[in-house]
Design a protein around this ligand. Structure first.
Ligand code: COA
Length: 147
């Protein structure tokens, strides 16, 4: 298995790596560096590197007071680098992090146009619980929960 290295993004250069992966994949909702900084303050973010280049990233939204046992886990891998097991490595690390934060219910969210993401989530045991279009968007988001 190809060896990735993983890092919590600290500082603008690493936050920009996380931002790059996010914005390539979620092109309908790109984030500024300030927005990424704000997310880094409330979520657990990670970047995966292959030979110094970012290949993927994760978001773990920790359990919150309105849903104290639920965390949201999202893995992302750049399209050109998929189907090599990188998503699996990222997902397992994020899942472990969510469990360590006390989550007993795991959810994810996938853009409906993201066929790779939907298939990955379904093959990992997630089932759809909601589908909605945010104001100003045209593509739906799909919320899924680990059964
Ligand atoms: C979901 C996502 C992270 C998966 O990334 P990935 O790097 O392709 O993931 P993996 O390589 O671990 O697995 C993907 C597929 O490749 C297969 N695969 C893994 N290693 C492989 C290899 N060496 N050769 C061929 N196939 C391989 C896996 O079995 C899996 O097959 P499946 O889709 O039929 O189940 C990626 O598609 C993505 O970023 N999607 C958009 C973001 C998203 O929607 N995320 C939500 C999911 S939590």
């Amino acid at each position: 298995m190809t060896k990735l290295s993983f890092a919590e993004p600290v500082g603008d250069a690493m936050l920009a790596d996380w931002q790059h992966v996010h914005n390539v994949i979620i092109a309908t909702d790109t984030l500024s560096l300030d927005e990424v900084r704000e997310r880094a303050g409330r979520n657990c973010l990670e970047v995966a590197y292959l030979e110094g280049e970012p290949v993927g990233c994760t978001t773990v939204r920790p359990p919150a007071s309105d849903s104290p046992s639920t965390a949201t886990v999202i893995a992302r891998v750049l399209p050109a680098l998929r189907h090599q097991g990188f998503g699996e490595q990222l997902y397992q690390r994020a899942l472990e992090r969510a469990r360590a934060l006390g989550a007993t219910t795991i959810e994810t969210v996938v853009l409906a146009s993201n066929e790779d993401g939907l298939r990955f989530a379904e093959t990992h045991g997630f089932v759809e619980i909601d589908r909605y279009v945010l104001p100003g968007d045209t593509i739906a988001y799909v919320d899924l929960r680990l059964a």
